[in-house]
Design a protein around this ligand. Structure first.
Ligand code: SF4
Length: 142
């Protein structure tokens, strides 16, 4: 019963931590657009959090640079269980144009587990919302 209540509240109000591990900022601007009133991610209960310790979902942008790798792992470990990671944009998915660069480790799933991928360079706010809603539906279905 209590587990169902926790699951229900998590699906109805996922708190999101936005992590940029080396993005060019294109994806970050689209995430901000998705959170603003025009696209209104709050209608799905999505709330941006300033700390990973209070978040349910990490929305990650950019490839993981060698400099940020340890911090990405530390931030992931700070999010309480159960936690979910969304890779937002081609760079977060695979490293894209930065793949093979001497200071780039690759996509975010080279460093931490990823639950959902949102393609695009950058993905539109509609695509970001679609990805978040699909993730919420998959959490709901268990
Ligand atoms: S996917 Fe495109 S917009 Fe997003 S960080 Fe990479 S290069 Fe920038």
């Amino acid at each position: 019963m209590f587990d169902n209540l926790v699951k229900w509240s998590r699906v109805k109000s996922p708190w999101v931590y936005h992590l940029n591990s080396g993005s060019c900022n294109g994806c970050d601007i689209e995430i901000l657009a998705a959170l603003m009133p025009r696209f209104d991610a709050e209608r799905f209960g999505v709330k941006l959090q300033g700390t990973p310790r209070h978040a349910d979902v990490i929305v990650a942008t950019g490839p993981v640079t060698a400099q940020l790798k340890e911090r990405v792992i530390r931030i992931y470990e700070q999010v309480p269980e159960p936690k979910f990671v969304v890779a937002c944009g081609q760079c977060a998915i695979s490293g894209a144009i930065f793949e093979g660069a001497y200071a780039v480790e690759g996509g975010i799933d080279k460093v931490i587990p990823v639950n959902a991928y949102i393609p695009g360079c950058p993905p539109k706010p509609e695509a970001i919302l679609d990805g978040v809603v699909k993730l919420l539906n998959s959490i709901k279905e268990g």
